[in-house]
Design a binder for this molecule. Structure first.
Ligand SMILES: [Ca+2]
Length: 122
């Protein structure tokens, strides 16, 4: 489920939960491509998925482990302060052009993707 309205990561997470879903997790290239096609209709932007380290450890909003990554070259660029709550880029999204990932500040507002069922590995 793709929502175009840009919101903060936390808000997106709550909206997904309200629909009985979670911010999308991405466990393989197939899922990444699926989300990429889902979000291809919006202008160039980052789109939130369920990646965050707000619990001090990088994980998906649906509780699954991070086993597959598709970071844009040079990302996550806030890696050295990955554990910072204040200045860190602690939430993850996909670029809708190319489907590569970037970490960004959780209070930035982007469109987002929810996933109703946990599928794939893990
Ligand atoms: Ca970044």
């Amino acid at each position: 489920m793709f929502r175009r309205k840009p919101v903060k990561w936390d808000t997106a997470n709550k909206i997904c939960k309200g629909m009985g879903a979670h911010l999308a997790s991405v466990h393989d290239k197939k899922e990444n491509n699926f989300i990429k096609s889902l979000i291809s209709t919006v202008p160039n932007t980052l789109v939130w998925v369920g990646l965050s380290d707000v619990h001090k450890k990088m994980k998906w909003a649906d509780g699954t482990r991070v086993s597959y990554t598709n970071w844009d070259p040079g990302q996550p660029d806030n890696y050295m302060t990955w554990f910072s709550w204040v200045t860190g880029e602690d939430c993850g999204g996909l670029y809708n052009k190319g489907g590569k990932w970037n970490d960004s500040r959780c209070d930035r507002k982007y469109p987002f993707v929810c996933k109703a069922h946990v599928t794939g590995v893990n």
